[in-house]
Write a protein that binds this ligand. Structure first.
Ligand code: T3D
Length: 264
């Protein structure tokens, strides 16, 4: 299941202005194969770039969100695979695509997010978790280092001390604890996860073009100085004031009504 034509490794569905991407290898808790990563990259670079799409939700089918790299594809078991090449060719494009897409991307963490599966969730803009979901920096358990952007995003989300602790110990973090330490933004009852993620995505999808510019600014700020950020904010604001959405925002304010943003 998950790898033949009748059951592709990634499902994509458009729900209004929200693109729902479902990792679809439930028998291995949606472990990441090259085929799945290529499909995910294509969906993020092409489908998500469509004008009609204004927010993206990534989730998993079955009881897991994503168990990370498919261990049956690792070197030693599946031939002499070059890990550097695989990370550069399969993982980096996906993580970059999420990060640079100027539309909100939400991870709906329905079950365990482990290893690079957690990295995938960390790269998203917001994380909504089911109350029985768990998150684990699983790399240490098999003698690897955190990868797929985990050492970049994790300390920025939870602080260096907590990031090191989670990565050295590899302990399972329940959803409630993940919420407490800022690893996820929201925890909801399992049965309400997709509805909650869709509602949040729908709200963001109805937002102005400036959401994408805001995302860009925060991404740039991570390695920036205050002075450089002032410049970038000014550039982005110059773009924002030139949008139809800004005019609509002003009109709605003066007419005392809710704005109808169109994402441009
Ligand atoms: O070269 C490179 O690309 C390096 C890059 C590395 C990036 C990484 O992501 S490294 C980390 C890889 N992920 C892991 O190490 C996690 C492995 N999985 C687990 O530790 C556990 O499965 C979980 C903690 C995620 C969940 O545990 P549990 O008890 O809920 O489920 P389970 O019974 O262990 O798993 C269910 C099935 O999924 C099972 O198959 P079976 O026995 O029913 O036939 C299990 O083997 C399979 N599965 C789970 N994770 C993976 C997997 N199969 C392949 N690859 C997996 N990652």
């Amino acid at each position: 299941m998950g790898d033949d034509a009748s059951s592709p490794p990634l499902l994509a569905a458009l729900d209004g202005a929200v693109l729902l991407l479902t990792l679809n290898r439930p028998e291995t808790l949606n472990s990441l194969t090259s085929e799945m990563l290529v499909a995910l990259d294509r969906a993020l670079e092409e489908d998500a770039a469509e004008q009609a799409v204004r927010a993206v939700v990534i989730t998993g089918s079955g009881r897991g969100f994503c168990s990370g790299q498919d261990l049956t594809e690792l070197p030693g078991q599946a031939g002499d695979v070059d890990v550097r090449a695989r990370l550069a060719s399969d993982y980096l494009p996906v993580i970059q695509a999420i990060s640079t897409l100027e539309k909100p991307v939400i991870a709906a963490v329905n079950g365990v997010a482990a290893g690079a599966g957690l990295s995938l969730a960390l790269a998203c803009d917001l994380r909504v978790a089911a109350e029985t979901a768990t998150l684990v920096q699983a790399f240490v358990r098999i003698g690897l280092v955190p990868d797929a952007g985990a050492t970049y995003f994790l300390p920025r989300l939870v602080g260096l001390g907590r990031a090191v602790e989670l990565s050295l110990l590899g302990d399972t973090v329940p959803a409630a604890e993940a919420l407490r330490i800022g690893l996820v933004n929201q925890v909801v009852p399992d049965a309400q996860l997709l509805a909650a993620a869709r509602e949040l995505a729908g709200r963001l999808a109805a937002g102005p073009r400036s959401l994408g510019l805001t995302k860009r600014l925060f991404r740039q700020s991570l390695g920036s100085t205050l002075a450089a950020q002032f410049d970038r904010e000014a550039d982005a604001q110059a773009e924002a004031v030139a949008t139809e959405d800004f005019l609509e925002g002003l009109a709605a304010f003066s007419e005392k009504r809710s704005p109808r943003f169109r994402g441009r």
